[in-house]
Design a protein around this ligand. Structure first.
Ligand code: ZN
Length: 97
């Protein structure tokens, strides 16, 4: 995938509200084939998509890029704010179970 393709895809994901920020270092991205966990590990963002797992160290995948763009644009989170809240609650329930 070329750099431009990755950037276009990241833009599309953010525009279609497929990025759900769940916390300062955690997000969910609804990709074309699956839903991916994007998490921040100290300074670096990581993604569990096939690209992120194999090439993420050298080049950011579209999901990580989309998350970073969504963070810079809080209005992109308004339509999914309730979903983010529900997901967070679910996560807390799982962790305390
Ligand atoms: Zn990814």
């Amino acid at each position: 995938m070329s750099r431009k393709t990755v950037i276009d895809k990241a833009d599309r994901l953010k525009k279609n509200y497929r990025v759900i920020l769940m916390g300062p270092g955690q997000a969910l991205v609804i990709g074309d084939h699956d839903t991916y966990d994007v998490t921040k590990l100290s300074f670096r963002w990581s993604c569990n998509c096939p690209w992120g797992r194999h090439k993420g160290r050298w080049s950011e995948c579209s999901h990580v890029m989309a998350v970073r763009r969504a963070q810079m644009d809080p209005s992109s989170q308004e339509p999914v704010a309730r979903l983010a809240g529900l997901l967070q609650e679910l996560k807390q329930m799982k962790e305390s179970a």
